[in-house]
Design a binder for this molecule. Structure first.
Ligand SMILES: Cc1cc2nc3c(=O)[nH]c(=O)nc-3n(C[C@H](O)[C@H](O)[C@H](O)COP(=O)(O)OP(=O)(O)OC[C@H]3O[C@@H](n4cnc5c(N)ncnc54)[C@H](O)[C@@H]3O)c2cc1C
Length: 412
């Protein structure tokens, strides 16, 4: 099989890139190793900047018909106080809110939009196991599928296969580990209609517990110091449940639903960045280029912004068959600054605040920076801007190809 672009990974970065390239008339195949998008271990936040991109693509109205909750400010309980830390209402975007929606709904929506283009194809249960190379240039993927191994040749292969990217490892790209002092335990607790709505962050007595509203259940993240899962297990499940109940009393007896460690999954947090995001014929984007911490919930936003920038820069040379290494360099140059700034902010919060908060069993005192946000509400626009839009927001610059491009489709 030969295409102009082959993408490993059907997460936010890979699916968005596939959609935008196909829309620009580039033949593209996205390879996703799972059989569907229905997985728990994903963030659920669709940021104002992503909603803006959906507007630019003409599908925002349709997207917002899907069930979602609108988060208009960032609030959290720190110690005994409920604090407002961000205010999205002043963002210069069409939607001044985060849409909270299960990520599989978002990815299914992107897939349905992309499938409207005959130049697009997504192959599920397609695990990228190797790179094809010729004269020092990456020229394709080796892919294990349910029907056997296939080889796909492409003018460009993209690693969008997340924070444990095998593409970047096989390409020998050098990774800079930036350190993450936390891991996350991921679990569900049922939700009652009388519970609060949206996203709830709780921090006190050495516990950081974030709850994501998925309508009839809470998807919960319990943050622990890195590598300390054995200590949590040794203290026992009743003690673990009691810690959650003491922090979030309205859950009450529902914490008893956590009656087996198998229901509580460990997600290891990684924060890293590639020194160089590309090699001749290959580019990495999203977490494969820069694994993001869950702090601030911005990784999906960065992944999508990478995809938009890559499509803006690469569509024309790919369609014309004249892609150069300089084009790949331009993608990194465009996206590296926003990545560095956001990662630096995440590391500062992890190291100066979260690490200490997890080590202390005492009641938390509200940090001075958070106090300032209560005294001067205008300052809440800064965190809202960083989370909701980020730095150097991208816009769709590539026009939709005229329909004659569909004749290039390799699937017809
Ligand atoms: C616990 C936790 C919570 C988070 N919460 C949030 C949040 O609320 N909001 C937010 O914005 N960010 C959050 N993040 C960060 C966010 O999840 C990532 O930054 C974001 O998902 C990156 O998108 P991506 O498309 O680059 O990679 P991913 O979302 O990781 O997608 C990669 C895809 O590639 C597929 N894949 C992997 N290997 C292969 C292969 N060999 N062949 C084919 N397919 C492959 C995977 O199955 C996956 O579908 C969180 C991170 C963690 C760890």
């Amino acid at each position: 099989m030969r295409v102009q672009c082959a993408v490993a990974g059907g997460g936010p970065a890979g699916m968005m890139l596939g959609w935008l390239l196909a829309r620009a008339g580039v033949t593209v195949i996205v390879l996703e190793k799972h059989k569907d998008f229905l997985r728990d271990f994903r963030g659920d936040t669709i940021h104002p900047s992503t909603l803006e991109i959906l507007h630019e693509l003409g599908v925002l109205g349709e997207f917002l018909k899907l069930p979602h909750r609108e988060i208009r400010d960032i609030t959290g309980r720190v110690g005994r106080e409920t604090l407002t830390l961000g205010d999205f209402s002043h963002l210069p975007t069409r939607c001044a809110f985060i849409a909270l929606m299960p990520q599989w709904d978002f990815l299914n929506f992107v897939a349905s939009q992309a499938r409207a283009y005959s130049t697009f194809r997504v192959l599920m249960e397609a695990d990228v196991t190797g790179l094809r190379e010729s004269d020092g240039r990456v020229c394709g993927f080796v892919v294990a599928t349910s029907e056997g191994t296939i080889e796909i040749d492409a003018d460009l292969v993209v690693g969008a296969d997340g924070r444990h990217s095998s593409v970047r490892a096989k390409a020998g790209l050098v990774v800079e580990d930036l350190g993450a002092p936390i891991d996350v335990l991921w679990m569900r607790v049922s939700r009652k209609p009388t519970d609060p709505e949206g996203l709830i962050g709780n921090l006190d007595m050495g516990i950081v517990f974030v709850m994501i509203d998925r309508d009839d259940y809470w998807q919960c993240a319990f943050v622990i110091p890195k590598g300390r899962i054995d200590d949590v297990h040794a203290r026992g499940l009743p003690a673990f449940r009691e810690r959650i109940r003491s922090l979030v009393p309205f859950l009450g007896d529902r914490v008893e639903e956590l009656n087996d460690w198998d229901e509580i999954k460990l997600l290891t947090v990684v924060v890293d960045r590639l020194k160089t995001w590309h090699r001749p014929g290959l580019l990495c984007i999203g977490d494969a280029a820069h694994a993001m911490s869950p702090v601030g919930g911005v990784g999906i936003n960065l992944a999508i912004q990478d995809a938009v920038a890559a499509a803006n820069i690469l569509s024309a040379p790919l369609a014309a068959g004249c892609l150069s290494d300089g084009d790949l360099r331009r993608v990194q140059r465009r996206r590296e600054l926003p990545t560095r700034v956001i990662q630096r902010g995440q590391l500062a919060i992890q190291d100066r605040f979260l690490r200490r908060a997890l080590e202390s069993r005492a009641e938390v005192t509200v940090p001075i920076a958070m106090r300032f946000l209560q005294w001067f509400p205008v300052l809440r626009r800064i965190p809202a801007r960083l989370v909701g839009v980020g730095i150097r927001p991208e816009h769709v610059r590539v026009p939709k190809a005229d329909s004659s491009f569909s004749r290039r489709s390799p699937w017809r």
